[in-house]
Design a protein around this ligand. Sequence first.
Ligand SMILES: Cc1ncc(COP(=O)(O)O)c(C=O)c1O
Length: 338
Amino acid sequence: MSSGPVDLRSDTVTRPTPEMRRAMAAAEVGDDDYGEDPSVNALEERYAERVGKPAALFVPSGTMANQIALRVLTEAGTMVVAGRRQHVVAYEYGAASRNASVQFHAVDDEDGTIAADEVRWAREAAEYHQPATSLVCIENTHMAAAGAPWSLGALEALCQAAGGLPVHMDGARLFNAEVATGIDAARFSAPVTTVMSCLSKGLCAPVGSLLAGPTEVIAAGRVERKRLGGGMRQAGVLAAPGLLALDLVERLVEDHVRAKRLADAVADRWPGAGCDPAAVRTNIVTFSPPSADKVLDHLRGEGVLAGMIAPGVVRLVTHHDIDDEATERAVCALAKAP
Ligand SMILES: Cc1ncc(COP(=O)(O)O)c(C=O)c1O
């Protein structure tokens, strides 16, 4: 490992692999706005197949994929049920209200899931002068809940409670959920209407996410992508590393093992700071030490970068560029933290 900083701020800091850079240079391209980029078409087909949906759309970011899902699956003035700490609720700068004119019915998601009863309640509330619910959004894995994956049983129960309402799964890290649970991405995606995944996090692609779902929904999503300014032209140079990113899924297990090692170190240093190593099943560790600012400063001084996702909540994320040596450097720095 390099002597540079151990960057645990996010799995978005991964850089494209040498193979990805070569694939970018050699990519076959065309104008994707005309549907003529062979590399983009291949990536969309491969992702759609991977998650068991008829069609998929390549977009620049996970945020855009979520926003397109909202624009296609909701109506203005309606309510979207989602966990209060989900990315689409808390980390998209209020985009849902600007792009889709919806309001969230934001419910408890402490363990990373939302309760089927909350969905039943929201549907019934429309009979009592409250806005109609148009969509349910879930996040798998759930970032703020220390990367917790859903269980298939809980997901199926939720989708059943949704009745005929569509369900969108923010699967920015769906492949982490697949590797951690042994439930493949297609089984996780079967009960939901649309699913999105990011290739630019632990999977190392420089740019890009995909939204998959029924053919007519994705066709409508293509129009919304254009409206949002996300129509790309020779995007094959980005799709080519994206195809290689899908080959990196199996190695995510290494990130999970290293995150557990960090979680043990955190729990040793700060018992009672909200980090339960047994609950860390993927690549994210969160904790609330007595002074998060001091911890971040100390870690920076030791060459370890960490971030905060809410007041007082520190996050460490493992990824492709964090090897065993980097993990041990972080463990030592955590042990010495104030
Ligand atoms: C769970 C989740 N959803 C969506 C996103 C948005 O992805 P992007 O940064 O590509 O817009 C992120 C980004 O970190 C995320 O963690």
